[in-house]
Design a protein around this ligand. Sequence first.
Ligand code: AMP
Ligand code: MG
Length: 342
Amino acid sequence: MKNISYKLAIISILLLITAGCNKRPDEIKRLQWCTMGTIAAVQSTDLATAQALRDIAQDEFATMEAELSSWNSDSTLAMVNRNAGRDLAVPVSASFTEILKLSTRITRDSGGAFNPLIGPVLKEWGFNGATTPSTIPSTRSLQRALSFADIADVELSTINSSNAVRLTKAGMQLDLGAIAKGYAVDQVWQAANEKKLTNALIDLGGNLRAMGEARPGRGGWLTGVRDPFNDSRIIARILIRDGEAIATSGNYERYVIIEGERCAHIIDGRTAMPIKGVAGVTVVAPDAATADALSTALFVLSIEEGKTLIKEHYPESLALWIPDSQPVQIISTDKMEQRLQR
Ligand code: AMP
Ligand code: MG
């Protein structure tokens, strides 16, 4: 559970915030299950809404897993990766196409800090099923892995009016782990809206999106930002309004130790080096795919670069950073500062 603990904290904090009123008729019901390598949950005071939303979410998340899982060798993603360098474009769904386009956009906006082709680099550092190396990877091997990580080498085409993807160099590997969960949450949110469900919260491993409000008059869903150094402490709260999403990227959830150094699972797409100095980044955005991708991108960029990225490309998003230093502090964009309840 360690590897997902930081993101899951936001779930447990929600529970804390919404708990303590078990006997009330407007008690918040939470239904949860495992999918996409993490925990999914839906919440609502109305049990029928929670159940209807869970049914939608179970279907959508299972579909997404079948397409985007890097572990399942039958997934579309695995097929795209297996065919890297071959003269064969793999047919993909509209969702796969959209997620790839969103990823490409944020890769370009972030100057390559966010990089969905980071797969070979992650393997050098012992992630994505690779054995942890006993020494820090050499500059040469990292540069070689980076040579497979140029977004311009991804070809998106149309074959018989359906989309197809080709990774043009053998050795390239797509990894959509930084955006897939957020995107999946958006799919559920949209399907639930079409069914006129409201006053519920969708959650996939700490990627949350709100529908309506938790209780009448609340104005949304109150979520907590956890102290990354102390599981049980909430350091701030943010009210997520109808339609908004929140996501967190953390340093403590997944890492390897090489030569005594902790190496985080989020790696700079420009330099192939694991990120140091940040313990967590939380983003509130108009949709969950953006919140998810942006929290990873901001984790990689310096705070100044991150603020510029938001200002220039994602002005509707709010962000906060928790540096990996003591005492714990929160650095926020102006809009986030106005929304934070400390
Ligand atoms: P998240 O938890 O959403 O921040 O996503 C982290 C995951 O994204 C990692 O476990 C990797 O699979 C992948 N990843 C790591 N570094 C990057 C990067 N620079 N750009 C995009 N994805 C990354
Ligand atoms: Mg992310």
